[in-house]
Design a protein around this ligand. Structure first.
Ligand code: ZN
Length: 343
């Protein structure tokens, strides 16, 4: 199956009332873990690469690994998405390479740290939408600013400084034409999201519900949505790691989000924890081993387990065969027709 449009994947998720996990990758083993989990659970998938991942693995390696994945798992609808594009040029380079979806994160300036103004965000996002839609590529925008820093990207803070204003979200979607919208409701990137189990005072689910009420047809995206489960932290610490106690976003809160318009859920930290725990275990229990496969294989299996669990929890499991993929060529025509009616 060729790489498919994220717009179609999320439209189908909305029809089916489920969410789709978007999992970050840097290498072959992570892609394999996700695809195996998708096959086992019969799930459509979004695989995403950040700027840091593209720099780490190099674009061509990443792109051809994705093509290999779509060739080896022809029954799985697969989206290749750019996570947190910081500029028009970054998004353009991803579109030129063959990504079928890009995120233009105009909530921050190009440095990926300083919050941008609303007008700056609208201008750069609109420019990316115009280009991407000409190529049949989906666009995710962001309004409001998430907390935390990951791979040098992020404004820092707790995530509550720039919670999305629902009225601004409505104006943003109308002026940019984005297909999906990341909102800030108190979540943060990285492992250290909350210092206690999050409740209504830190996770603004009421804001999410209000945005969904005003934009019922926009696919909402939750970033920084790893659950950071204690058992994964424990494995790391049991085998010599030194993680401080931390809490992520409870799966029940994500499921509440899914019932209120969330269609894409970004998960990275949980997979990182699973991989590192598995490797530490092998190193500690069998220090005589030195073949990378001896620890990469358990690492891949550990990540696969977490991904399969999330696919089931988000509801995407069982939906891989629901629909035939629309070609990117067809998506170009649809966007062109949409633009013509808008004029
Ligand atoms: Zn993010």
């Amino acid at each position: 199956m060729p790489l498919v449009s994220m717009r179609q994947l999320l439209d189908e998720a909305a029809k089916g009332g489920y969410g789709v996990g978007a999992f970050n990758v840097n290498n072959m083993e992570q892609i394999q873990a996700i695809m195996e989990a998708a096959r086992d659970t019969k799930s459509p998938v979004i695989i995403q690469a950040s700027r840091g991942a593209r720099a780490y693995s190099q674009d061509l390696f990443l792109y051809h690994l994705m093509l290999a994945a779509s060739g080896l798992y022809p029954e799985i609808p697969l989206v290749m998405h750019l996570d947190h594009g910081n500029s028009f040029e970054t998004c353009k380079s991803a579109i030129d390479l063959g990504f079928t979806s890009v995120m233009m994160d105009g909530s921050l300036k190009e440095d990926g740290k300083t919050p941008a103004t609303f007008e700056e965000n609208v201008a750069v996002t609109k420019a990316v939408v115009d280009l991407a839609h000409k190529h049949g590529v989906t666009v995710e925008g962001e309004i409001g600013v998430l907390g935390g820093i990951e791979d040098g990207h992020g404004a820092g803070g707790s995530g509550l400084e720039h919670v999305t204003d629902p009225a601004q979200a409505v104006e943003f979607v109308a002026r940019t034409g984005v297909d999906a919208l990341a909102i800030a409701i108190g979540t943060s990137h990285g492992a250290y999201k909350f210092s206690s189990k999050p409740d209504g005072s830190v996770l603004k689910m009421d804001v999410l519900m209000e945005i969904h009420k005003r934009l019922p047809n926009v696919h909402l995206v939750m970033h920084g949505s790893s659950s950071v489960p204690k058992d994964l932290q424990d494995v790391i610490n049991q085998y010599g790691g030194k993680l401080k106690p931390t809490w992520g976003v409870p799966v029940e809160e994500i499921q509440l989000g899914i019932r209120n318009g969330v269609r894409k859920i970004n998960v990275d930290t949980d997979n990182r924890l699973a991989i590192t725990g598995a490797i530490r275990k092998v190193f500690t229990e069998t220090p005589e081993k030195f073949d990378p496969r001896d620890y990469m294989k358990p690492a891949r299996d550990a990540m696969k387990k977490v991904v399969a669990q999330r696919m089931t929890q988000f509801g995407q499991a069982g939906h891989a065969g629901d629909y035939a993929p629309i070609s990117i060529e067809e998506m170009k025509k649809r966007y062109a027709a949409q633009a013509a009616t808008a004029k």
